[in-house]
Design a protein around this ligand. Structure first.
Ligand code: C2E
Ligand code: CA
Ligand code: CA
Length: 524
């Protein structure tokens, strides 16, 4: 599988893809949860602040009612008004005390009766409302004072901070903070009053302003870390999100590790240069000397190890990938063998297996030219091996191609001879140079008289057509002797050497004495 040209099936990329697939939904999901949580907090603050304002407004409404009722008593003597003041305070919810004010200040209070207290209208927010830290009865007990003024004086009623505290606490959400703000004083839901500068909560702060009274309520959250708070309230969702991301990531890991279609796998392997050449020596039967090698493809798979060609060549041929695969092989062999050409016997045969599909375009000419270009002229003989099982159509195009190959000095061998149906005319049309007797016949030499007859007939045919013969799959001395006796020119098989990696083959060549380079090289 290829992503943006990268081979995502390689373990490192596979791991990276799986990690990315884990990280993406996990981080996007967490971010979404976080934003959603902040939004929820914001909404809670807004609702709580509005609710607190409404509740405090309701209390102030009661206080205003008291002020209205005692308003006519302004300038009346305290002793005649006191009973009414006390009655109002007793009957009205939330209101703790009521007072009358004349030009000199507060002169009558529902609790103390006659008093002489100062009254400064300037300290009331909007001339109407004031948050006081305490009163002569309870010094550190805040209260909210509601003032109503007329020309002759004014009236006051006070609301105890216990009620305010309760309203703020009832409105505030869990772990939220609510504060009442009047003038420059702040009262929180614990009942603490602060004047002047006051630090607001850090998170999701919302302010609700009363439309009827000069007061506001602030609600917000004081959290050490929103992520920590989020974990506390949504840990189940977070676990589910992480589990979901992990599942997708494992799925991607598994999918990338699964073999794709054979064609896709072959293309991936081609990009990763996993097709490598193995070389098997070719021996001159009379002298026993090394005179060439056949290039056999192997698939160096990252997980399955070395794969035999008959397990993937038919599929590669079916989807056309065989052409670039052979090109890769030819380039590798030419480069590495070219660097050690002084070690090669003169006229060293290099056999390359070519599929019929490759003979349909003229690029083969360029590839053969490039191959030979790596060697001193005459140093190697390039032999294209075409299997008899996959016969070529002798049309004008193929004939022209083989004519040019012939002119270039490239030889042609018919592989697996005896298993297909090539006619004499066919062999002549294509200017075949070698016949390779299939190893199934060689393997039966000395065991079956029929195979020996076929071998004899093939040798006879080749001699009459003037073709050189190669016997493949020679495993025993007896087979070698038989073939030598019949005049077969070249021998190939495990008896002389197994196919070996290009590097091992070249190393074996390098180790051979220069003067001894015609010596049979046992590569296996
Ligand atoms: P082939 O071209 O007939 O190659 C000879 C096969 O016989 C090789 O099998 C080789 O390893 C095996 N062999 C050689 N000596 C002996 C022996 O003494 N005994 C036995 N039992 N086997 C021996 P390999 O390498 O598995 O290749 C199988 C086939 O895959 C090849 O048959 C060829 O048809 C195809 N092939 C291999 N490489 C390529 C390639 O680069 N291109 C194409 N188109 N086909 C290839
Ligand atoms: Ca072959
Ligand atoms: Ca063969």
């Amino acid at each position: 599988m290829s992503l943006l040209g990268l081979d995502a099936t390689r373990p490192c990329w596979r791991l990276l893809c799986a990690l990315l697939v884990f990280a993406c939904p996990a981080s996007v999901g967490l971010w979404e949860l976080h934003n959603n949580y902040l939004h929820t907090l914001d909404k809670q603050s807004e609702l709580a602040a509005t609710k607190a304002v409404r509740l405090i407004e309701a209390m102030l409404h009661h206080a205003e009612g008291v002020n209205r009722n005692i308003f006519p008593l302004i300038s009346h003597p305290c002793n005649t008004s006191l009973l009414t003041l006390r009655k109002e305070v007793t009957l009205t919810p939330f209101v703790r005390s009521a007072s009358l004010i004349n030009h000199y200040g507060v002169y009558c209070n529902s609790l103390f009766g006659d008093v002489h207290w100062e009254d400064d209208v300037g300290r009331y927010s909007g001339g109407f409302l004031r948050l006081l830290s305490g009163n002569p009865v309870r010094a550190n007990h805040p209260m909210l004072v509601v003032r109503t003024e007329s020309q002759d004086g004014a009236v006051l009623s006070t609301i105890d901070s216990e009620y305010l505290k309760l309203m703020l606490a009832l409105s505030a959400p869990v772990s939220g903070k609510a504060q009442l703000h009047v003038g420059n004083a702040w009262l929180d839901e614990q009942g603490h009053l602060v004047e002047g500068y006051h630090r607001l909560p850090t998170l999701a702060v919302h302010k609700a302003k009363s439309e009827h009274y000069p007061l506001s309520v602030y609600v917000g959250f004081e959290l050490p870390s929103t992520w920590e708070a989020l974990w506390r309230v949504r840990h189940l969702t977070i676990w589910m999100l992480l589990g979901f991301s992990l599942t997708i990531s494992l799925l991607v890991w598994w999918l990338l590790g699964r073999p794709g279609t054979m064609e896709g796998e072959l293309k991936r392997a081609l990009r990763a240069r996993e097709f490598v050449p193995y070389l098997q020596p070719l021996i001159a039967s009379r002298s026993g000397k090394l005179m060439g090698a056949e290039v056999l493809m192997r698939w160096q798979h990252p997980t399955s190890g070395l794969i035999r060609p008959d397990l993937f060549i038919p599929q590669a041929e079916a989807c056309g990938v065989i052409v670039p695969m052979t090109q890769l092989l030819m380039r590798d062999v030419a480069q590495q063998l070219g660097q050690r050409q002084e070690r090669l016997p003169d006229g060293f045969h290099v056999g390359i297996n070519i599929s019929a599909v490759h003979c349909r375009d003229f690029s083969l000419l360029t590839e053969c030219r490039a191959f030979l270009g790596h060697f001193v002229p005459g140093q190697v003989v390039l032999v294209l091996e075409l299997t008899e099982r996959e016969l070529l159509v002798a049309d004008a195009h193929t004939l022209a191609l083989f004519k040019q190959l012939d002119e270039m000095g490239v030889k042609l061998a018919i592989d697996d001879f005896g298993t297909g149906h090539s006619s004499l005319a066919y062999l002549q049309q294509f200017h075949v140079d070698y016949l390779k007797i299939d190893r199934s016949f060689i393997g039966r030499i000395g065991t079956e008289s029929l195979s020996e007859h076929i071998v004899d007939n093939v040798i006879d045919l080749a001699t009459r057509l003037g073709l050189a013969l190669v016997a493949e799959g020679v495993e025993t001395e007896m087979q070698a002797d038989y073939l030598r006796g019949k005049g077969v020119d070249y021998l190939q098989g495990y008896l002389f050497g197994h196919p070996a990696s290009l590097r091992s083959f070249c190393d074996a060549l390098s180790k051979a004495e220069v003067g001894d380079k015609q010596t049979l090289v046992r590569v296996a």
